[in-house]
Ligand binder design. Structure first.
Ligand code: USQ
Length: 395
């Protein structure tokens, strides 16, 4: 298939580009490298040093003979985007990862919330208009998030729920209760895509992905020049990856609050498989479908205990769990049960979280502890101001 990957220089995008290219898809990456600029702006760095995208694709070509095309454009630049989408042989699929994906980043202040909003909402809208005008048959594979749903007190379905009301019934988009301005942009993207499919007959799959963990894929492992980013900081680092790095540093695991927050999770090796599955079984013209892209659910405290057990019992490394005041506004005790049958019914065989994976992440982190800036470990971005925290505590 001819596949365009928007945001192919990022954590999921780069791993997916290599996976698809390895399977002989004709891959083009578009990226404006803004994530690398945000790292510089906030003094962040990937734990594993990463090469430029140019160096990465040259190395891939040297090792495999395969070519990944790269184009430096910003998806918020409509005319530049249209030039790419309006090519002679149209793309079969456009995989859209090109978004600001950190909840804490979007909660730093108004400026960061607005930058997240513009990047994500305008970029998504541009992609929909460009497909509408120049390539309506291209299948949009959009990275959404399980965080769109929040933590309702009922089971979470795949995008839609049948509601009975006053004796009538309808299948409606599942209610959304996002937990940050970042997650809100994903809700807005979903609404835009539903509208575009209904109005213009576009075809789209919204992949509501859980929290991704892991590092190794068969392709990334081929060479240090193909290294993927591995975030450990309080802005872009996600919880399980952070815990494994914290063990390697001898740093107490940073559980926010009680740790009863339950989320859905997926190994990056399954992320890349899901992307190919979605591309190869496209939505029909006019169809908007949702796949909940995760394989398991854990509470934050369950993960911390699992990491501690692996660290102490298998690796002989002492590990402490600390309960920090939760910097976010989120329920710490709640019901959580999500459905994820769509991808499995299309053939996904889940890679479940294993002791081996945790050991490999801790070992990886041990190799690169000299890269770590310890100041970036504790959470620093508060969802509420101090005054709001005081008045919430009084209630
Ligand atoms: N948490 C801790 N300690 C930490 C970091 C996080 O207890 O050191 C807690 C958070 O309070 C939260 C949970 O772990 O309850 C998950 O936080 P996270 O930072 O790992 O993930 P999140 O902010 O939810 O965002 C990540 C990705 C985002 C994606 C989302 C999927 O950055 O792009 O959309 O996971 S989901 O969570 O399903 O919305």
């Amino acid at each position: 298939m001819k596949i365009l990957i928007a945001g192919g220089d990022g954590y999921c995008g780069w791993a997916s580009a290599l996976y698809l290219s390895a399977r002989d898809h004709d891959v083009t990456i578009i990226d404006n490298f803004i994530r690398r600029k945000w790292d510089n702006e906030h003094d962040l760095n990937s734990l594993v040093p990463i090469f430029t995208l140019d160096e990465r694709v040259k190395e891939w070509n040297r090792l495999t003979g395969k070519t990944i095309h790269i184009i430096n454009i910003d998806v918020t630049n409509y005319s530049a985007l249209c030039e790419i989408i309006n090519c002679e042989t149209k793309f079969d699929a456009l995989v859209h990862f090109a978004q600001q994906r950190s909840a804490p980043f979007s909660m730093i202040n108004c400026d960061h919330a607005i930058r997240t909003h513009i990047n994500n909402t305008v970029g998504n809208m541009n992609i929909l208009w460009a497909l509408h005008e120049y390539s309506p048959n291209t299948h949009l594979v959009k990275l959404g998030t399980m965080g769109e749903y929040g933590t309702p007190n009922i089971d979470i379905e795949e995008g839609f729920i049948t509601i009975e009301h006053n004796g009538r019934s309808d299948r409606l988009p599942y209610p959304k209760q996002p937990g940050s301005f970042y997650h809100l942009t994903k809700v807005s993207d979903s609404d835009q895509i539903i509208f575009a499919c209904r109005t213009w007959n576009l075809r789209a799959t919204d992949l509501n992905q859980g929290i991704v963990y892991g590092y190794n894929t068969d392709e990334i492992d081929l060479s240090p020049v193909l290294a993927n980013r591995f975030d450990y900081d309080h802005i872009f680092g996600t919880v399980l990856n952070r815990f494994c790095i914290q063990v390697a540093l001898g740093y107490p695991l940073t559980v926010h609050g009680e740790g009863g927050q339950t989320r859905s999770f997926i190994d990056i090796r399954d992320t890349v498989k899901c992307i190919e599955i979605a591309c190869q079984t496209p939505a029909k013209p006019g169809e908007y479908r949702v796949f909940n892209q995760f394989t398991e659910m854990f509470s934050v405290l369950e993960l911390a205990k699992l990491v501690k057990q692996v660290s102490e019992n298998i690796m002989n490394i002492p590990c402490e769990i600390s309960h920090l005041k939760n910097p976010r506004t989120e329920k710490e005790v709640h019901y959580y049960n999500c459905i994820n049958t769509n991808l499995r019914s299309l053939g996904l065989q889940p890679t479940l979280l294993s002791n081996e994976t945790i050991v490999s992440l801790i070992q990886l982190a041990k190799k690169y502890t000299n890269q770590v800036n310890l100041k970036l470990i504790p959470p620093q971005i508060q969802w509420k101001s101090e005054n709001e925290q005081i008045s919430a505590a009084k209630q």
